[in-house]
Design a binder for this molecule. Structure first.
Ligand code: ADP
Ligand code: NA
Length: 307
């Protein structure tokens, strides 16, 4: 894969993940014992930034950490990955965002996020950074930030002539004008169902949801776990099936691996179908390995696909 391409500005959360392995996640009123706890850098924003940087993207991360050891660790990790972290603000007196990630033996996970410093990211700063630095590139965002940040990033991306990629995870209600700037809007099955108001449980219903969402966004991608992903844009629509995985080890951050890879390909000028092909490979690579960022592919580890 060739390095570089247009600059990628990833805005969003940086968390320290506290990962516990459990036979099955606790239901209401239940307590389960985990064997051990492991800390690992995470947060959808930082995950996507690292996923893109490992595949050769020119990546800047915009976010906030606390003035604690966890924050210092996250900053060190971002720099080590080659992510430009000059726009990561250290918030005095706040704790760094954290996530309790319970990974079941099946590889499925349940997550509790405590945003902490992540919620100190302001619309003013996002607008300033995007206007000054994102010009002509991609602006990438998820929904682990305050909702007004999404609107600010979308507007600033539009003004600066940047392509706005929104991964609406977790689902939040959006104004129609924000949705209209998404190119693409990237959602999983449950987020697609939340927006369209209809269950998305099959490839057929995902195609139908993508068709509906294409009336509201510039382009659409719906990820379907083991089934891959469907895409739709002005050129057409299609399914990119996921390659078979021997054993699913840990699905944490697979969606972020997908988005990071997708943006690298788009930054290189590829079309949406080809970007989704790389996204699917990156997501599948990540589920076959432990952790979120620790499971992401480096350049050369994903068999390159023709555009
Ligand atoms: P999210 O984690 O955001 O819900 P998905 O579960 O749809 O996202 O996964 C994103 C991508 O990761 C999929 O498009 C696919 O490429 C890959 N993936 C996820 N789960 C599996 C799986 N069980 N087997 C193979 N690939 C998977
Ligand atoms: Na993984």
């Amino acid at each position: 894969m060739t390095a570089g391409g247009a600059p990628i500005t990833v805005i969003g959360s940086a968390n320290l993940d506290y990962i516990v392995r459990v036979p099955t996640a606790p239901g209401p009123g239940e307590t389960v014992l985990a064997g051990a706890m492991r800390k690992s850098p995470g947060g959808k924003g930082a995950n996507q930034a690292v996923a893109a940087a490992r595949l050769g993207g020119r990546v800047r991360f915009v976010g906030c950490v606390g003035d604690d050891d966890d924050g210092a660790l996250l900053l060190r990790e971002l720099r080590a990955e080659g992510v430009d972290s000059a726009e990561v603000e250290v918030i005095t007196g706040e704790h760094t965002g954290l996530a309790i990630v319970a990974v079941e033996d099946s590889g499925e996970n349940s997550i509790v996020v405590v945003p902490g410093a992540n919620f100190a990211l302001t619309a003013t700063r996002v607008t300033r950074v995007v206007r000054r630095r994102a010009g002509g590139g991609l602006v990438v965002l998820q929904a682990e930030v305050q909702p007004r940040i999404i609107a600010a990033a979308a507007a600033a991306a539009h003004e600066s002539g940047s392509r706005f990629v929104l991964n609406l995870a977790p689902f939040v209600e959006l104004d129609a004008d924000v949705l209209a700037t998404c190119d693409p809007l990237v959602v999983n099955e449950s987020e697609a169902a939340a927006i369209t108001g209809r269950p998305v449980t099959s490839v057929g219903s995902a195609h139908e949801a993508a068709r509906q969402l294409l009336e509201r966004a510039r382009s659409v991608v719906i990820t379907l776990g083991a089934r891959g992903a469907v895409w739709a844009d002005a050129e057409g629509a299609g399914l990119v099936p996921a390659p078979a995985v021997g054993r699913v080890v840990d699905t944490t951050g697979a969606g972020d691996a997908f988005v990071g890879a997708l943006t690298v390909r788009l930054a290189q000028g590829a079309d949406l179908r080809s970007a989704v092909e790389l996204g699917v490979r990156a997501g599948t690579y990540a589920v076959a390995r432990d952790g979120a960022q620790s499971s992401y592919a480096m350049s050369g580890e994903l068999v390159d696909v023709a555009t």
